[in-house]
Each structure stands twice: as structure tokens, then as C-alpha cells.
Design a protein around this ligand. Sequence first.
Ligand SMILES: NC(=O)C1=CN([C@@H]2O[C@H](COP(=O)(O)OP(=O)(O)OC[C@H]3O[C@@H](n4cnc5c(N)ncnc54)[C@H](O)[C@@H]3O)[C@@H](O)[C@H]2O)C=CC1
Ligand SMILES: O=c1[nH]c(=O)c2[nH+]cn([C@@H]3O[C@H](COP(=O)(O)O)[C@@H](O)[C@H]3O)c2[nH]1
Ligand SMILES: [K+]
Length: 504
Amino acid sequence: MDGSDGHSASTIFSHGIFGYTYDDIITMPDHISFPVTSVDLTTKLSRNVSLNIPLVSSPMDTVTESRMATGMAMLGGIGFIHYNNTIEEQVWKIGNVKRWKNGFITRPCCLHPDSTLEEIDEIHRERGFNSFPITETGKIGSKLLGLASTRDHDFIVDRSTKIKDIMTPASELIVANSTLTLEEAQDIMKKHKKGKLPIVNDSFELMSLISRSDLKKQRNYPLFSKTSGQGLLVGAAVGTRDSDRQRIAAISEAGVDIVVIDSSQGDSDFQIEMLNYIKRTQPQLDVICGNIVTVRQARRLIEAGCDGLRVGMGAGSICTTQEVCAVGRAQATAVYHVSKFAKQFNIPVIADGGISNSGHIVKALMLGASTVMMGSLLAGTEEAPGDFFFQDGMRVKRYRGMGSLEAMARGSKTRYFGDNSKIMVAQGVSGTVIDRGTVKTFIPYLVQSVRHGFQDAGIQSISQAHEALENGTLRFEIRSQAALKEGGIHGLHTYEGSSGVEKR
Ligand SMILES: NC(=O)C1=CN([C@@H]2O[C@H](COP(=O)(O)OP(=O)(O)OC[C@H]3O[C@@H](n4cnc5c(N)ncnc54)[C@H](O)[C@@H]3O)[C@@H](O)[C@H]2O)C=CC1
Ligand SMILES: O=c1[nH]c(=O)c2[nH+]cn([C@@H]3O[C@H](COP(=O)(O)O)[C@@H](O)[C@H]3O)c2[nH]1
Ligand SMILES: [K+]
């Protein structure tokens, strides 16, 4: 090998005293003999679960609930529903993902027959909807009474009129049963020239809604993360307390496909006991353990029987663990060493935290990770929980660490201190992140950027990257501070366009 072209990862990470992070290193380009479209990013999330794209959303209460998990799985990745909630809430959120069917609006905005046209006007202004199923309770899951759409009420001047007086009653509606397929629904809508098709069960309770305009712009999601059974793939987080044992049974019943045991320091008796408990009671579930950053920690969790490892301690954008506790590791070094060790046992690694642009994803995968977990990068999308608001002229959403005072106040407090501890030590902060639109465009953009990175390095798949990493043909260099500056945007008075997705 020509020694002047960078260094193997083993030279960089095993012969020095520094811990490096993604920005410290750069990958050497190599010959391109394939189009960018043929870069294959299929990968393993855990021993038995595969994904079509290597992207995962973090189990945090400002990142992953039903909408995020659904969006991630539709696009070929997966979301882990957080557990800063009651068991019932987590079960409901998992159920929402499982109930999702392509093209069906599973949570349509419904109204009560006694609601007024003023309410319709307000929802139309805020959310743009024109048609509303009217049900006995005003919610999905109760008896369908009618449908109110623009042409039922747009000429009515008195907006205090009740909906029941203007709606098209159920007896005049075309409805369909929940067993029908999307193609059958399409045929019915074509034949009857209707804009909306309510889907009901045998008791005439509203189950979902199909919209003609949605069908017209219907996108195909070819990468779609499917389970062997029905529905989208979904993950969930659990803790290591005794109460989390009940959670395991409930979320398993709700159809969760994989769990992550969520701890900042996962190499503990608590975690190993929880892993054993899950394996004993729900042996069908793959269990990801973590977080860890060293080989010694990995060895104990692999020996205990984990199916995947989550790597990262203090690297996250909202993390203060390294400052508060002085324990952790620089992320690129952690990912490299743990992945190298875990590979011998075929245990995939999730590189968790510190991803602030697509280049970081490329580097995590090139250093041995099989997937990448993101918090801050996804917290500003429409699918993340919470509303957008304006701050300093920017459209933003709230994002907070699960060890922040705010998140602890909501519930994770008991995880930290038991119920009667007096002193709270936060290991995270809360803040805001900028609007990133919808994951439906943002994730494909990240994926395409990662494909370009792989192509530039002459690497056609994640498994090929891992082979090249191991045999030393994948080459890297450490960047000096000046090189890092040179690699970014510099010397311009102003600029337009994006340097990837990072905003420092
Ligand atoms: N990846 C990272 O760098 C970090 C992540 N976080 C996130 O913050 C959240 C909270 O994490 P942690 O504080 O690690 O929560 P944790 O629940 O794992 O641990 C909190 C404390 O409770 C103890 N503990 C756990 N189970 C116990 C049991 N069964 N009996 C007695 N004591 C027990 C632990 O040893 C620790 O002192 C998680 O969502 C985590 O992902 C927090 C800090 C750093
Ligand atoms: O030190 C911490 N204190 C916290 O309060 C906290 N909350 C989350 N996490 C971890 O950060 C990851 C997300 O990181 P990013 O925003 O950089 O993607 C997540 O996936 C977690 O691993 C925390 N770490
Ligand atoms: K940090």
C-alpha cells in the first residue's frame, strides 16, 4: 500500500493517546467505478433486525413518538419511542405506528355534531383541512354520524350554526370496511367521485379516512421497514427499574419489534438483570444495550447476550455528562474500538449522538458502526413532538436532553434518584433547534448525501466499508485545526446555500 495516502484506522486510533471525534478525521477518496445510485446502504440494526437505511431516531421525548417512528420506518429506518411516559402512553404510541397503513389517515381530525362552523373555520385556518368526519364523541373510534366538507357549509353566513344541521349524514355517505386494500379504496373513490372515503368497522365506528388528494400525490415508499408480521417496524426504550418489567410485557403485547435499554452508562448489574429478564420473558425480542464507549463494557454486555450495542457517552448535542461527571469518550474513537470488538461476535453497533451533518454519518459508518442514531438533527422536523415557534427570527422547535431538569421534571427524575432523593444533578440541557421540514424530504436528503460520500471513497456498501476498515484499505487522516477550517466555508463576506445541514 502507498504509505503517503492517509493511514489505516488502526494506525490512527490504536497508536496514540488522543480520543478523536468525527471532525478530527477525514476520509481519503478512492477510485469510483459505480454510479451513486448503486451505493447499497442496507444494514443491520441488531442481530436479527435489518434496515434498508442506516438511520435511527433517538428515544427522547422531543424526538420520537408515533409520527417520528412512523416516518422513519416508512423511509427505511426506525424510530425508538421514548419511555418518559406512562406504560399506557408508550403502548398507545407503539400501537399508532403498528396501525399505520400506507395512504390511510389513521388519526383524522374529527368533530362533534354540536361543534359549530366557527370551529371548522379555525381548524381550516390553522391546519388547512377542508373535510371532517363527524362522530358521536368527536373522536376517532366512535360511531360515524356524517361528514362535513366545504361544499356542505361554504355558503352559510351564520358561522355559529351547528355541524349536525349541515353535515352530510352517514346514511348518504359512501363508506368502506377496514379490511379493504388501498387499491380497492382507489377504485371506490374513482367510481363514486368522492373526495373522502371514511373507513369503518362492523359497528360503524370510524377507523380511518382516505383522501382523494392524498391518493393523487401518493408516494411510493420502496424502502419501508417491514416486520415479518404486519405493519411498520418500531422500537421502544425501557429503563432498568423494577417497574420497567411491567413495561416490557405491555409493549411486547403492543407489537414492539425491538427494545433498547436506555442508560447513560449501560455497563451495570441493573442493565444485565433487565437484559436477562427480557430474554427470559420475551425471547422473541432483540435487545440493544448501552450506552457504552469501551471494549471492556462491550465485552460484558455481549457476554450477557445483547443483540446490539448503542455507543456514545457525552457526545450528544445536549449532553453535559463529560463536563458534569468527567466520564465518557470522544465519539469517533468510541465507535471505532467498540465496533471492531463487537464485529467478532456479529453484534452491530449504533453510533449514538454528536451527528450534526451528513459527513458525520458517513464517518460513523466508515468507522464500523452499522447504524447512526440522531436526536438534535431530527428534533426540528415536523414529525418530532412539539410545535414550531419563532425565536430571533428563526422557526424553531424545543429539544432537550433526557437528563435535563425539564425532562426529569416530566418523569425521568425517578430514574435518576429514586423517589426520595433531594439533590438533582442534570446531565443535559434544553434548548431549541431550527426547522428542518419533514423527515420525508430530510431523510432522503441525508441518505443521498451519505451515498455520495461512499461513492467518493470508492466504497459501494456498508459491509464493504467495514471490510476495507478491517483490512486497512480504507484510509483516513487527522485534520489540523487549520485543515478543519479550510474544509469548511471560509473567506466569504456572505453566502447562500447550505454547507450540509450543520449550523454552528
Ligand atoms: N448517551 C449519553 O451520553 C447520555 C444519555 N443520557 C440519557 O438520559 C436518560 C437517563 O439516563 P441515566 O441517568 O443513565 O438513567 P438510568 O436510569 O440508567 O440511571 C440513573 C441512575 O439510577 C441508577 N439505577 C438504574 N437502575 C437502577 C436500579 N434498578 N436500582 C437502583 N439504581 C438504579 C443508575 O446506576 C444511575 O445512578 C437516558 O435517556 C439516557 O439515554 C443521559 C446522560 C448521558
Ligand atoms: O449527556 C446526556 N444528557 C442528556 O440529558 C441526554 N439526553 C440524551 N442524550 C444522548 O444524546 C443523544 C442524542 O444526541 P444528538 O442530539 O447529538 O443527536 C441521545 O440519543 C442520547 O444518547 C443525552 N446525553
Ligand atoms: K456534549
